[in-house]
Design a protein around this ligand. Structure first.
Ligand code: GRF
Length: 191
């Protein structure tokens, strides 16, 4: 059984969806949730779903082995970023090569990069008059939203869409596809 860790900074609705999806599978389970915000709703969701969770701060993440120690102690094989806003440091990238993926709420390579998260993304997409948006699931590397793309799905944008309604459409795509793609990538791991 593979052990998944989810990093999230906010609400964690994707985290909850992923936890629930894998709760009925024998191949993998979410073994740990990690957050850099003590008050993040994702930590409450994890507690309700009986998944262990930890909080870490900037020093733990960038200037110590604390987070890597957490991952090792829960025997984590695979890392999922779901609404996590910090750049992943070198020690994690090295230890989990090809085993860290992120979901981005737009069609990369457009509308990605630092500061492009949540509502900012949807506002930028609508401001450009785009006719469609969507989701991108990609491997994580040293740069924001630049790793190889694994999967994309699109939704149509209507004239009446607002950042909120577009966010809802994008979230629906995320709930539908993200757990399944995580499962596929995990099934393709070599060891
Ligand atoms: C999602 O839209 C995801 O694409 C982005 O952050 C959002 C997280 O939403 N990276 P939630 O916390 O899972 O509700």
């Amino acid at each position: 059984m593979r052990h998944i860790a989810i990093f999230a900074s906010g609400s964690g609705s994707n985290a909850e969806n992923i936890i629930t999806y894998f709760s009925t599978k024998n191949s993998a389970k979410v073994a740990l949730v990690l957050s850099n915000r003590r008050e993040a709703l994702v930590l409450k969701r994890a507690a309700r779903l009986k998944v262990p969770s930890v909080f870490f701060d900037r020093k733990d993440f960038y200037h110590s082995g604390t987070v890597l120690d957490y991952l090792h102690s829960y025997k984590i094989d695979f890392v999922v970023l779901a609404g996590f806003l910090w750049l992943v440091p070198e020690n994690l990238l090295d230890s989990y090569q090809g085993r860290i993926i992120n979901i981005h709420p737009a069609l990369l390579p457009s509308y990605g990069g630092k500061g492009m998260f949540g509502e900012h993304v949807h506002r930028a997409v609508l401001a450009k008059g785009e006719k469609e948006s969507g989701i991108s699931i990609h491997f994580v590397n040293r740069e924001y939203d630049k790793g190889d793309i694994i999967f994309q799905a699109k939704c149509k944008i209507d004239d009446s869409d607002t950042p909120d309604t577009l966010a809802q459409k994008v979230h629906s795509l995320e709930y539908k596809h993200f757990p399944r793609i995580i499962e596929q990538v995990i099934n393709n791991l070599n060891d």
